[in-house]
Design a protein around this ligand. Structure first.
Ligand SMILES: *[C@@H]1O[C@H](CO)[C@@H](O)[C@H](O)[C@H]1NC(C)=O
Ligand SMILES: *[C@@H]1O[C@H](CO)[C@@H](O)[C@H](O)[C@H]1NC(C)=O
Ligand SMILES: *[C@@H]1O[C@H](CO)[C@@H](O)[C@H](O)[C@H]1NC(C)=O
Ligand SMILES: *[C@@H]1O[C@H](CO)[C@@H](O)[C@H](O)[C@H]1NC(C)=O
Ligand SMILES: *[C@@H]1O[C@H](CO)[C@@H](O)[C@H](O)[C@H]1NC(C)=O
Ligand SMILES: *[C@@H]1O[C@H](CO)[C@@H](O)[C@H](O)[C@H]1NC(C)=O
Ligand SMILES: *[C@@H]1O[C@H](CO)[C@@H](O)[C@H](O)[C@H]1NC(C)=O
Ligand SMILES: *[C@@H]1O[C@H](CO)[C@@H](O)[C@H](O)[C@H]1NC(C)=O
Ligand SMILES: *[C@@H]1O[C@H](CO)[C@@H](O)[C@H](O)[C@H]1NC(C)=O
Length: 527
């Protein structure tokens, strides 16, 4: 997902889900393989870093989970210096169960940036959730690769204390702005100091080169890919670099980062506001009073009042008050604005999916009644906290040119005009503010895809919901316009990404992956 799906207390987060300023001298990783993958059982003994992805009660099952195995791949930190220092990429594989024709491997990425593909695959194998349908697992091995810096791979390390001490991204005073910039810089420096050279190379172009190295190490002719959310960014970047090696590619919940900062923020602000309004109407029209306590009340007004109240008095989060707590004990208006958004990602509850609209209704009810635990902001608790890579990647991938308080106020004002309730909170605003002062140049700034590369692509499938709180339909359409061979399948509904829902859209995605059948142009499905 774009953004970790679970802010707040739960430390096990699922999903959650370009022209380089550094010239890429060598655009093709080694072919033939530098090494082939050596698959082993996923025990903690074999892969110590896997302990970061599962709760302790599951670690004994990792070595024996049916159909599951794991591997590691060495890649250069810097793809311009392939003889230099290496890092390790970790991955998990869930085997094709047959009996049908085996079609090879499909690589899965849940987005983030910072989401662990290995975790999703492991959770599927452990039966925590069912993310891949029988149609897929019947025909494909599913490989969840952890991008550099994430999960089982060589981590981004930072000082958690400095992460938690960062300034307010909605600064309105000069001093507050200066604190934001200097605290961003201090935190970034801690990451640079603790992570080493990898700090400068977690951008998505480097990740795309890693994915190519994986394809070669898998000994596959073409890369089959399911990318959700930020996984669409990895997929489109890969396609831009290696169009001749693209197989069946699904991009679901699309990031079109190939726009100006203002345009990105405008579309993102409108998307969040729109989906929140869908949630409010759901509360009146679909939900029962049990499911949504504000059934037939003026929920938008209540929400607005809640935010106004939290500006004056932060709301306590009693569930976050312990010493070892991983969320803030007081919740501000800004916390609520950022933390409601990921709750909009999935309408219906499902096993292994951590949020739903019923859950959001409850979180807001609790908060309106003085307990903001479920909308509290996650804090970092270790020097390898899974919160870190999202920022480390984002600050290398997204322009953040604001240099003054007035630049920031311009963004705030624009966002509030487009989105009076939600004020533009979300990943676009976050990167445009939390990266100011970051001690690394943007390695992969936005630009359009290369037309010559796109002309070489086979047909690919893009998917987006009309009411997506994180990746606007405008982004999907913007990306589709750059990929002539792409078909955009629309889900007429709400939520961020569609593949995990198991509805008609999932069936259409499976038909493409398994049979190569694409939906007709302008197809709209209702589930
Ligand atoms: C997993 O691999 C380790 C190390 O190779 C081995 O000791 C262990 O017995 C294996 N576990 C199973 C269940 O095969
Ligand atoms: C990096 O990994 C490759 C492939 O495993 C290996 O051939 C190379 O020697 C490694 N480089 C260093 C500096 O360890
Ligand atoms: C990072 O390292 C530099 C050089 O050693 C040092 O001056 C600086 O204080 C360190 N910064 C942080 C935040 O650790
Ligand atoms: C809403 O919150 C109130 C006060 O905590 C509680 O009594 C009520 O059961 C909650 N409603 C739902 C549907 O959770
Ligand atoms: C929900 O219903 C109430 C009462 O009829 C109404 O005041 C409110 O505007 C409705 N809200 C939405 C979002 O439709
Ligand atoms: C919590 O922290 C306080 C102060 O740091 C310490 O005195 C106390 O023992 C801690 N409690 C627990 C349960 O760790
Ligand atoms: C506040 O909400 C959290 C999360 O639902 C819950 O675990 C906790 O018990 C609540 N605390 C109080 C004091 O109601
Ligand atoms: C934004 O900053 C980049 C460098 O990070 C610079 O190349 C670019 O010209 C700037 N863009 C604008 C619109 O100021
Ligand atoms: C989309 O969904 C809405 C509400 O569920 C419905 O009114 C509309 O007819 C649907 N549109 C299409 C093209 O199916």
């Amino acid at each position: 997902m774009l953004d970790n799906i679970l802010c707040g207390r739960n430390r096990i987060r699922l999903l959650v889900l370009a022209l380089s300023s550094i010239p890429i001298v060598r655009s093709t990783p080694s072919d033939p393989p530098r090494s082939l993958l050596q698959w082993k059982n996923c025990s903690v003994e074999n892969f110590p870093s896997i302990a970061r992805l599962v709760l302790p009660e599951y670690t004994d099952s990792l070595g024996v989970a049916p159909g599951l195995d794991c591997a590691e791949l060495e890649v250069p930190v810097d793809w311009n210096k392939v003889e230099g220092e290496n890092i390790t990429l970790g991955m998990a594989r869930y085997h094709a169960t047959g009996p049908g024709l085996r079609l090879g491997t499909v690589v899965y990425n849940p987005g983030g940036p910072g989401g662990s593909g290995a975790q999703t695959v492991i959770w599927q194998a452990l039966g925590i959730g069912k993310y891949f349908s029988n149609a897929i697992t019947g025909h494909y091995d599913v490989v969840g690769l952890d991008p550099r810096g994430v999960g089982m791979s060589t981590p981004v390390k930072c000082d958690p204390r400095l992460y938690n001490a960062r300034g307010n991204t909605y600064a309105t005073q000069n001093l507050e702005f200066e604190k934001l910039v200097s605290s961003n810089k201090d935190f970034g420096e801690s990451c640079r100091n603790m992570t080493g050279n990898l700090f400068f190379h977690v951008d998505t172009i480097s990740v795309a080169h890693d994915v190519e190295e994986l394809r070669i190490a898998l000994d596959d002719d073409r890369l089959n890919w399911i990318g959700l959310s930020y996984g669409t960014q990895i997929g489109s970047t890969y396609a831009n670099l290696y169009p001749q090696h693209v197989g069946r590619m699904v991009l679901d919940g699309n990031v079109d980062r190939y726009q100006s900062e203002t345009s990105l923020l405008y579309a993102a602000s409108a998307a969040y506001e729109d989906t929140l309004n869908q949630f409010f109407s759901w509360c009146n029209t679909t939900a029962t009073a049990e499911e949504c306590p504000y059934h037939n009340q003026d929920f938008p007004r209540l929400f607005k009042n809640l935010i106004a109240e939290a500006v004056k008095h932060p709301i306590p989060a009693p569930g976050c008050s312990g010493n070892s707590s991983s969320c803030l004990p007081q919740v501000s208006d800004i916390d609520i604005l950022y933390n409601v958004q990921p709750w909009l990602s999935f309408v219906n509850p499902a096993p292994g999916i951590p949020t739903s609209w019923v859950g959001l209704a409850r979180a807001l009810n609790d908060t309106l009644n003085g307990n903001a635990t479920l909308l509290s902001t996650a804090i970092a608790t270790s020097n390898m906290d899974p919160l870190f890579p999202s920022l480390a990647v984002g600050c290398l991938d997204w322009l953040h040119n604001a240099t003054s308080l007035s630049d920031l106020k311009y963004k705030q004002q624009m966002a509030i005009n487009v989105a009076p309730l939600t004020k533009g909170a979300g990943i676009s605003y976050l990167y445009q503010t939390a990266c100011i002062g970051w001690p690394a140049d943007v390695a992969n700034p936005q630009r359009t895809l290369d037309g010559a590369a796109m002309a070489k692509l086979p047909p690919i499938l893009m998917v987006n919901a009309y009411h997506d709180p994180a990746t606007s339909y405008v982004w999907a359409e913007g990306l589709r316009a750059q990929i002539p061979s792409a078909v955009l399948l629309t889900r007429n509904g709400s939520g961020h990404t569609s593949y995990l829902l198991g509805g008609a859209t999932t069936t259409a995605i499976d038909a493409y992956l398994v049979d190569g059948v694409l939906p007709g142009p302008n197809t709209v499905l209702n589930s």
